[in-house]
Ligand binder design. Structure first.
Ligand code: PGA
Length: 254
């Protein structure tokens, strides 16, 4: 089953106007050089830079995404951003349920599910993040935790066309540590089985499951070559054009 790899940058709470614009322009230039890239590109800057990054990406095959969304379309939700606002800015993707939001903002599976559902209903693609903590991993609960997160966070309206799952072991994020390639493949294969149960085999076979957590140019080849890994969600390394594109260069070889 051919799934086009997705190379996604999660800039998190980094970058101001000047360096964010320069980064987006740098990515755009490199992606344009690829002509017809074999992978899909996505950058997810902070809300404050969406508009500028959209302009900087003009003419390049790089999608724009946000890092969070509210499940309501408008109203009295101070500080929140709605799916319609994201669409208005040219976003086509939104990350939901990142472990930093689950931890910092106590986001539950139920809330993540509502956000993903609202995003999809309003024409955005949801990148739904899941992943275990080190404690859970050491207790042998990785697959259980991921199963619960998928069942609880992936909405009924999810399909392979509107949803991407990102498996990000919490202990691997920003630490320089990654699971072994064999462990990553085991978890991704297990995730695909759960997706098949929930959304049917057709969706499971076509849905992209990204790996995230300390992906770098040096480990990307091994991770991205795994049969059930369909791209990467990249934090730290997405903040440098060479690293982001270095990872992408390893993704398009399957
Ligand atoms: P990292 O972050 O690549 O810096 O580990 C990944 C993520 O949190 O999406």
């Amino acid at each position: 089953m051919a799934r086009k790899p997705l190379i996604a940058g999660n800039w998190k709470m980094n970058m101001l106007s000047a360096d964010g614009t320069a980064l987006a322009k740098g990515v755009a230039t490199e992606v344009k050089k690829l002509g017809k890239p074999e992978c899909e590109f996505l950058v997810c800057p902070p809300f404050t830079l969406l508009s500028q990054v959209k302009k900087a990406l003009r003419g390049a095959k790089v999608a724009l995404g946000a890092q969070d969304v509210h499940f309501n379309l408008k109203g009295a939700h101070t500080g929140d951003i709605s799916p319609l606002m994201l669409k208005d800015l040219g976003c086509t993707y939104v990350i939901v349920g990142h472990s930093e939001r689950r931890a910092d903002h106590k986001e539950s599976n139920e809330l993540v599910c509502k956000k993903a559902q609202a995003a999809i209903e309003n024409g955005l693609k949801a990148v739904i993040c899941i992943g275990e903590t080190l404690e859970e991993r050491d207790a042998g609960k990785t697959i259980d935790v991921c199963t619960k997160q998928i069942l609880g966070s992936v909405p009924e309206n999810a399909t392979a066309a509107n949803t991407v799952i990102a498996y990000e072991p919490v202990w691997a994020i920003g630490t320089g540590k990654t699971p072994t390639a064999a462990d990553v493949e085991d978890v991704h294969a297990a995730i695909r089985k759960v997706v098949a149960k929930k959304l049917g085999k057709g969706n499971a076979n076509k849905m992209r499951i990204l790996y995230g957590g300390s992906v770098k140019p040096g480990n990307a080849k091994e991770l991205l070559a795994l049969p059930d890994v369909d791209g990467a969600l990249i934090g730290g390394a997405s903040l440098k054009v060479e690293d982001f594109m270095g990872i992408a260069s390893k993704a398009c070889v399957k």
